[in-house]
Design a protein. Structure first.
Length: 325
């Protein structure tokens, strides 16, 4: 391929990547709507409210019917539902949890006003987002830098550190220091999220290790194409479908669910569970992040064993000349 052909191919490739990025980031935002969003409805008029919700937004809600308001509050605290509508005398009351998703809390509040008719519905935020980030904008923006830093760390370690052991040492250092420093900024300086600093820093460090480790592991096994494969997976699929600013059930399916099985989505869910819900529903995202970290270690192990099995060319060259006496 001559120089003009190579230039044309690179230009077309860059344009295709640009188109994919536009689709990946703009399409979910343009199609945000509830899809089987877990919601509790309780009280004497629960059946009527459930019917109205199903008519207003067909397929939008996965409605459960707890016994009473206390059970509904427990379901919210356990991250089983995003909110609850409590019926009884007067207009329905709405329980929301902006700590789980400010976007969902706003939508449930607006929908409650429509259901209540002329009388305004009372809305209670039972698990609120941080007072310094009430709309969750900073929390959502926090995920992208974690992913981008992980990608950058993985690329640098893959290109500049030749040995597998050196790459592993670099990954561990990046995870530990990155987790401590990022949460010191996010929680200590910006005060975006509450919760125990050591656990939040450990989560951020695990995210950094998982993202960077996947790229380093792929690069160790399949070479430089692994860098592009890992980076594009985290950036074009993992980040836009992480649901960090909304909720997985608000994104087009099955992409919202798929995003939760990638490090960015699991990171957002785990950070919310630790920061706002005392660890409720943290098991699944934690296991997903640990699985990605384990995958990185396995890939590094495969690369290490493969490199040890290679025989240097100089060692296989036998001199044809006799050794002088």
């Amino acid at each position: 391929m001559n120089t003009p052909q190579k230039a044309i191919a690179l230009g077309i490739g860059a344009a295709l990547i640009q188109a994919l990025m536009l689709i990946a980031f703009a399409w979910p935002a343009a199609n945000t709507a509830p899809r089987d969003l877990p919601l509790a409805v309780t009280g004497p008029q629960a059946a009527m409210v459930t019917q109205k919700l199903n008519q207003a937004v067909p397929g939008g809600f996965e409605i459960t019917r707890p016994a009473d308001e206390a059970a509904a509050r427990t379901a919210i605290a356990d991250r089983e539902v995003y909110g609850a509508i409590v019926t009884g005398d007067g207009a329905p009351r709405v329980l929301v949890a902006s700590g789980a998703s400010p976007a969902v809390a706003q939508q449930l509040s607006a929908m409650a006003q429509q259901l209540s008719g002329a009388r305004p519905a009372a809305v209670e935020d039972v698990i609120a987002a941080d007072a310094d980030d009430p709309r969750g904008a900073a929390f959502g923006a926090m995920v992208l830098p974690l992913v981008m830093a992980g990608i950058a760390g993985g690329v640098l370690l893959s290109l500049l550190v030749p040995s597998v052991s050196g790459r592993l040492i670099g990954l561990v250092g990046f995870g530990v220091v990155g987790g401590l420093l990022s949460m010191a900024i996010i929680q200590g300086w910006m005060s975006i999220i509450p919760g125990p600093y050591p656990i939040l820093a450990a989560v951020a460090g695990l995210v950094s290790f998982a993202v960077a480790g996947t790229i380093v592991g792929l690069a160790t096994v399949i070479g430089q194409p692994g860098i592009g494969l890992g980076a594009l997976t985290m950036l074009l699929i993992g980040n836009p479908f992480s649901a960090a600013t909304t909720a997985p059930e608000m994104l087009p399916q099955p992409w919202g669910a798929i995003g939760q099985f990638l490090p960015p989505g699991a990171a957002a869910s785990l950070l919310r569970s630790v920061a706002f819900f005392d660890g409720a529903a943290a098991t699944q995202p934690l296991m997903i992040l640990l699985a990605w970290a384990a995958l990185a270690l396995i890939l590094l192990g495969v690369g290490f064993l493969t490199s040890r099995g290679r025989t240097p060319a100089s060692a296989t060259t036998v001199s044809a000349e006799p050794v002088p006496a």
